[in-house]
Design a protein around this ligand. Structure first.
Ligand SMILES: C[S@@+](CC[C@H](N)C(=O)[O-])C[C@H]1O[C@@H](n2cnc3c(N)ncnc32)[C@H](O)[C@@H]1O
Length: 333
């Protein structure tokens, strides 16, 4: 049966490290045909077509106009798209909605035939980023031959617990080890709640508040909370919180190099802001450790310490907290 499936007609580029085949319970998916190393490129794909509008503004007519202007072979490829691998889409707009990526600084919406065959996981082994108008997928960890290749569909999901993610994803059933009830999910929920609380302590705001999720800020010690919210957290405390986030993200399998790179850059910036030489030394030592857990253990030496650079850093973080609050308020209205 699957031998006759229209996806069999897709052109798979030579030398890619995957095959497209049925993924039970999820339609079809991509599976590694050889071992893949962390940071290897898995796919670098040009769009089948692009539409110069944001996806939410695109109409059926927009899609029809573009599709009719494609070559016969590209039109055929678009027609092969199936709703989760089974039924043809009822409208062209639905086919676009399941197979597009937003492309910054370009015509904003592109349809990518193979990049949209990756299934979702909240504990992904790949990540995808735009490069000009292409979508490029990389391995975020070493992947064994035969493993399914999956990325996280929405970066906001990384801070949500399973129940919240299920509401966001809207799949009938999510096949994902962090979403299935059981001990892995309990540990995963615990780590993600902790990551969000630590981020709150470090930044003084809940960047994910727009999700309307029941994050238990009220459980945080009121004095600590006041300190965080008024931007008065010391450099040493912020360093400890952010290193703890790095360690938890690694343990959670969320260390894709982009997010991890942002966090590490932030930690390097704290490191440069220390004016007490012993603190600068501890920060350097922590950053030289190979993984987040070892970094965190070194950073614990900061416990209870202040720094000569605190006053300056606090003034700076109060200014940026005010700016960030204004941005978030504008976004939510
Ligand atoms: C962009 S498509 C991915 C490819 C799709 N499986 C196919 O056969 O063409 C997204 C759809 O795949 C399914 N899917 C993706 N990840 C899944 C997961 N972890 N669990 C269950 N279904 C999933 C959902 O139906 C989702 O709407």
């Amino acid at each position: 049966m699957s031998q006759l499936h229209p996806y069999r007609k897709f052109q798979i580029p030579p030398n890619v490290p995957f095959e497209l085949k049925p993924a039970p319970g999820k339609g079809w998916g991509l599976f590694a045909t050889r071992n893949i190393k962390r940071m290897d490129t898995i796919l670098d794909e040009i769009p089948l077509f692009m539409i110069p509008k944001r996806s939410q503004d695109i109409t059926e007519m927009d899609v029809a106009n573009v599709v009719h202007s494609l070559s016969a072979s590209d039109q055929f490829v678009f027609e092969c798209l199936r709703d989760n691998g089974s039924e043809p889409f009822k409208t062209m707009l639905l086919a676009l909605k399941q197979n597009f990526f937003a492309v910054p600084n370009s015509p904003p919406t592109g349809v990518y035939i193979l990049s949209s065959r990756f299934n979702h996981s909240c504990v992904p082994n790949c990540f995808i980023i735009p490069r000009e108008t292409n979508m490029v997928t990389y391995a975020s960890q070493d992947i064994a031959q035969g493993d399914e290749l999956k990325f996280c569909y929405n970066s906001e999901l990384r801070y949500q617990v399973a129940e919240e993610r299920l509401r966001t994803l809207l799949f009938k059933h999510v096949d994902c080890k962090a979403c299935e009830p059981g001990s892995y999910r309990d540990i995963s929920d615990f780590r993600r709640t902790l990551i969000r609380a630590l981020e709150y302590l470090s930044l003084g705001i809940d960047k994910n508040a727009k999700q309307g999720t029941p994050f238990a800020i009220k459980h945080i010690d009121p004095e600590l909370r006041k300190k965080a919210e008024s931007g008065c957290m010391t450099l040493t405390s912020r360093f400890i919180y952010d290193v703890f986030i790095v360690a938890l993200m690694e343990a959670e399998g969320l260390q894709d190099p982009i997010k991890a790179g942002d966090l590490l850059a932030q930690l390097e910036a704290y490191g440069r802001a220390f004016q007490t030489s012993r603190n600068a030394y501890i920060a350097k030592l922590a950053m030289s450790q190979p993984n987040g857990c070892d970094k965190f253990l070194i950073a614990l030496r900061f416990w209870g310490r202040s720094d000569l650079g605190d006053e300056q850093a606090i003034a700076g973080s109060q200014r940026s907290a005010m700016a960030m609050r204004a941005i978030l308020q504008a976004l939510h209205h």
